[in-house]
Each structure stands twice: as C-alpha cells, then as structure tokens.
Design a protein around this ligand. Structure first.
Ligand SMILES: *[C@@H]1O[C@H](CO)[C@@H](O)[C@H](O)[C@H]1NC(C)=O
Ligand SMILES: *[C@@H]1O[C@H](CO)[C@@H](O)[C@H](O)[C@H]1NC(C)=O
Ligand SMILES: *[C@@H]1O[C@H](CO)[C@@H](O)[C@H](O)[C@H]1NC(C)=O
Ligand SMILES: *[C@@H]1O[C@H](CO)[C@@H](O)[C@H](O)[C@H]1NC(C)=O
Ligand SMILES: [Zn+2]
Length: 362
C-alpha cells in the first residue's frame, strides 16, 4: 500500500518536473552532445519561441563570412533600463565545451526562474545577454573534418605579404593591443590582426559593450581548457582597481565549482596563473568600466585538452554553472541589497498616508 502511494507521488513529481522543463521539446535537445552551428542556431530560435515572455534575440553584428551575430536577451521585460550580465562562448573555435556551457546555462536559468526565487529575482533585476558562439566562422570550420578540428582563430585572410588565414579574436581588442603575448605573424595562432578591432566579431562585441557600458555589471567569457578563473589584467604592468574584490569573488566561484564534482580551478590574473597577454575581450571590458570581468577556462587540465569527451559535458557544465551563479549572485546582491527594504519602506509610507487620509473621513 505504502509503496504504491510512494510510486504514485514519484510519478506525479516526474510529470510536474517534465512540465516545468517545458516537456518534450526541451528534452529533444541533447545537452550532453556537441552541436553544429546549424543546430545551435535552431536551438536559439527554439528558446526564443518557447519562452516569448523572457527570451528575445538581437543581431549585433556580422562575421567575416557574413553570418549574423545573434545574442539571446533573457530576463523579465521592463520599460525602464535594467542592469545586465554579458556572457559569450566560443570566441576560440576549437573550445567546443564553451558553446555547450552557454547552452546549459540558458537551459538551467529558463528551467528554474519560475520555481527558484533567487533566479526569479535575477530575472527581475538583470538582463542576461548570451552569445553561444561568437566565432561562428571558426566554429563551423572546426567541424569541417578532423584536420580542422583544432582551429582557433577567425577566418579572415591575412593582409599584405602574409597569406595565412585568421586572427586571434581574443588578442584583437583595444586593450594594450599588440604589446605582449601576441604574434605579428599572421600564420600564428595568437596573431593579433593588422589593427585593433580589424575583425568584425571583435568590433561587434566592442560596440555592444561600449553602448551598454553603464548597464553592464558583469562580463563573462567562457574558454577552455585549464580550469582557471582569470581576472584582469592580462598585461603584467597594470592592475585592476578592484583587484582584491575580483580575487575574492573569483575564489568564491572556485569553491562553488569544487563543491560540485571536486574539481580545482585556479584564480588569478593571466600573468600570475597562465601567461601575460594583451588585446583580450575581458581586459577591454574592465578598461571601459565594467566592474566584474572574468575569463573562465573550463575543463580539463590537459589530458584531453580541446578534445574533451562528450561524457564530460554534463559534469563540466554543472560545476561551471555553480561557479557562474556564485559570481552573478554576488554582483546582484551587492547592487540590489537595498531594494527589498526600499519596497517595504515605500509600502509603509503609502499605508500610513492612506490611514491618515481615511482617519480624516472618520
Ligand atoms: C541576417 O539577419 C537579417 C535580418 O533578420 C536577415 O535578413 C538575413 O537573411 C540574415 N542573414 C543570414 C546569413 O542569416
Ligand atoms: C582523421 O580521420 C581519418 C578517418 O577516420 C583517420 O584515419 C585519421 O587518422 C584521422 N586523422 C587525425 C589527425 O585524427
Ligand atoms: C612585401 O614583399 C615585398 C616584396 O618581397 C617587399 O618589398 C615588401 O617590403 C614586403 N612588405 C612587407 C610589409 O613586409
Ligand atoms: C613592464 O615594466 C617593466 C619595467 O618598466 C618593463 O621592463 C617591461 O617591458 C614591461 N612589460 C611590458 C609587457 O610592457
Ligand atoms: Zn580560448
């Protein structure tokens, strides 16, 4: 008897969970596999179609091969400007776990904002701008065959006498461009391009960040591999004014990650934990005043490197999700800590005022 009641309850709970997750359609997308650009684009359309109240899309540029750079804007709509969090994935083509993470992140927040008050509060106060694949041309090239699988750069041709293809988008930003950790040889994997922002993908991000710089509280860019949370700056001779705060938030995120599957992520500036570099998107974001900017290097530590097997997608994304949420919740609470008590105070004033005016009636 007891057993059948239990299994009925379990069955009901499973049905409820299925409905919350959006039922069949969500389930048909396999988040434990790597997906082609076409599949990811179709998935973006699906997210927008199935969640019209909280998801919209925006084209903010074109790639060298004329593909539309599209982001998902996620949050409750409001007529007044909201603060925002930016997340981009896939700036380096071969880091396939990165686009997989952006999709996992979107799936998780869309699956929980109706039931988790914390995520609901994030949707109320923040917009998420998520670009699942920034280097679309390179990503498609990395899917071509097994000789192109390790492609990193964009797909624009070299200029002048240099005829190799591609610029490292994460060396092409206006942030001490061309000073350290780059190559001027266009055949190199870290070629920084003929000029800053020579690449339309970097230019599109530059322009979007510039146009939203007062709105953006947080810039997150997702890479692999190495298991690191990197804070500004990549240049060894400059230091972020909020270095201590960034370290503290980064270390808290690393702890949140470790609590999930025991993986260790190092926290620090690129020169301290990786190597010095210039022209990165996150240095640019911090330089224009976005306070919390992080580059996250996902699994692993070099065993599979860029060829992380599909059976590690789920655990990698689960732990990184907790890391990202640790950062985002910190920033949210820091900025909106007073908002609940403000609401209460306003209510109280209104109540007292209406009591006084109704007292006049008596
Ligand atoms: C880019 O978006 C525009 C506007 O929606 C559309 O007309 C165009 O066909 C798109 N281009 C590609 C290559 O998808
Ligand atoms: C590419 O795939 C072919 C056919 O499956 C295989 O024989 C070859 O070893 C692979 N090359 C690399 C570099 O993985
Ligand atoms: C390109 O090659 C030509 C001919 O070899 C040479 O004269 C010129 O200086 C080169 N330009 C650059 C930028 O290296
Ligand atoms: C950093 O400063 C030192 C001392 O002034 C200098 O030697 C070094 O070249 C600088 N590094 C970079 C990357 O500019
Ligand atoms: Zn990378």
């Amino acid at each position: 008897m007891k057993g059948s009641v239990m299994s009925l309850l379990v069955a009901l709970a499973l049905v409820a969970q299925d409905r919350l997750a959006g039922g069949q359609e969500h389930r048909s997308y396999d988040y434990t596999k790597y997906h082609t650009m076409d599949e990811i684009s179709a998935w973006m359309n699906q997210m927008e179609r199935e969640n019209p109240d909280v998801v919209s899309s925006m084209i903010y540029g074109q790639t060298h091969e004329n593909r539309n750079l599209t982001l998902l804007k996620i949050g409750f709509t409001r007529s007044t400007p909201k603060k925002a969090v930016w997340m981009d994935c896939g700036i380096h083509a071969r880091e396939w776990i990165s686009p997989a993470f952006c999709q996992h992140f979107v799936k998780e927040i869309l699956g929980s904002y109706q039931t988790d008050p914390k995520v609901s509060m994030l949707f109320k106060n923040l917009d998420f701008y998520v670009t699942p694949v920034l280097n679309m041309d390179g990503y498609i090239y990395s899917w071509k065959d097994n000789t192109t699988r390790l492609w990193r750069k964009s797909r624009s041709p070299g200029t002048g006498n240099c005829t190799c293809i591609g610029t490292d988008l994460n060396r092409n930003f206006y942030a001490n461009w061309g000073t350290v950790g780059i190559s001027r040889n266009c055949c190199s994997a870290v070629y920084n391009g003929p000029t800053p922002l020579s690449e339309p993908e970097a230019k599109a991000v530059n322009d979007f960040l510039g146009a939203h710089q007062n709105q953006l509280l947080c810039y997150l860019t997702i890479h692999s591999y190495g298991q690191q949370i990197l804070i500004p700056y990549g240049h060894p001779n400059i230091s972020a004014p909020n270095y201590n705060d960034l370290m503290e938030v980064g270390l808290a995120a690393a702890n949140a990650i470790k609590a999930v599957h025991g993986k260790s992520y190092k926290v620090g500036t690129p020169p301290d934990v990786l190597y010095a570099l210039s022209g990165s998107s996150s240095d640019f974001a911090r330089l224009i005043g976005i306070p919390y900017t992080f580059t996250v290097e996902l699994r692993d530590e070099g065993h599979y490197s860029f060829l992380l097997p599909e059976d590690q997608i789920q655990p990698t994304c689960e732990e990184a999700y907790q890391g990202a949420m640790s950062i985002i919740n910190y920033i949210h609470d820091k900025n909106f800590r007073g908002s609940a008590s403000t609401v209460t105070a306003t209510l109280w004033t209104t109540l007292v005022a209406s009591w006084i005016s109704s007292a006049n009636v008596f």
